[in-house]
Design a protein around this ligand. Structure first.
Ligand code: 5GP
Length: 207
């Protein structure tokens, strides 16, 4: 019997949302408040926005560097979103699942689909919606980081992305951050207790 193995596999929690739904704020609060969740740091070819920090918000790389990593099989999934490429490094996910640690990913609908296909037993998907499209538009403008054209593009995409929510395991309507955080906390805690995640072969009550 190998006592070094953890009692359960780690879980990949995937949060997707139309941009402006408050997903980034919610994910950050979840990492801070829920405990035991490691954020995945994606690679992206887009430029950093004001205040974004290399290695924390993203790893900002060139198109060539991104392509090299895709070719080398370093990404668990990747997608082109708004003219830039975004991808999830594979190794941290594999290690977390094996070592019984949980990760939180903030990725788009295409990425969520690829990862659930790749890790069908170890992913939990959560869709976050703003209370209304009007609210979404206000939040996008309020951010003040983007041109009108970029905002229009994000709104159109939000309407398209919205249709994907039936493919997800859970839906959170983010009207109030504290409420949404409590809901996410409940999801995480319940998923950690699922019998299906136990490594049966090492369960101490199994003789
Ligand atoms: P933003 O440019 O606003 O940071 O992100 C744009 C979109 O890309 C968001 O929907 C975000 O969830 C998604 N995204 C960020 N990282 C990844 C990733 O690693 N893979 C995929 N597929 N989407 C990502």
């Amino acid at each position: 019997m190998n006592l070094v193995l953890p009692l359960r596999r780690g879980i990949i929690f995937i949060v997707s949302a139309p941009s402006g739904a408050g997903k980034t704020t919610l994910s950050r609060a979840a990492v801070r408040e829920i405990g035991g969740l490691t954020p995945s740091v994606s690679l992206t070819t887009r430029r950093p926005r004001n205040g974004e920090v290399e290695g924390i918000d993203y790893r900002f790389v060139s198109e060539e560097d991104f392509q090299r990593r895709v070719d080398a099989g370093q990404l668990a999934e990747w997608a082109r979103v708004f003219d830039a490429c975004y991808g999830t490094p594979r190794q941290p996910l594999d290690e977390a699942i094996r070592e019984g640690r949980d990760m939180l990913l903030d990725i788009d609908v295409q990425g969520a689909r690829s990862l659930t296909a790749r890790y069908p037993d170890d992913t939990v998907t959560i869709f976050v919606l703003p209370p209304s499209f009007e609210e979404l538009e206000e939040r996008l403008r309020g951010r003040g980081t983007e041109s009108e054209q970029a905002i229009a593009g994000r709104l159109k995409r939000a309407r398209d992305e919205f249709r994907a929510y039936p493919q997800y395991d859970y839906l959170i309507v983010n009207a109030d951050l504290a409420d949404s955080l409590r809901q996410l906390d409940a999801i995480v805690k319940a998923e950690r207790l699922r019998v299906a995640r136990l490594r049966e072969e090492i369960a101490p009550w199994k003789s």
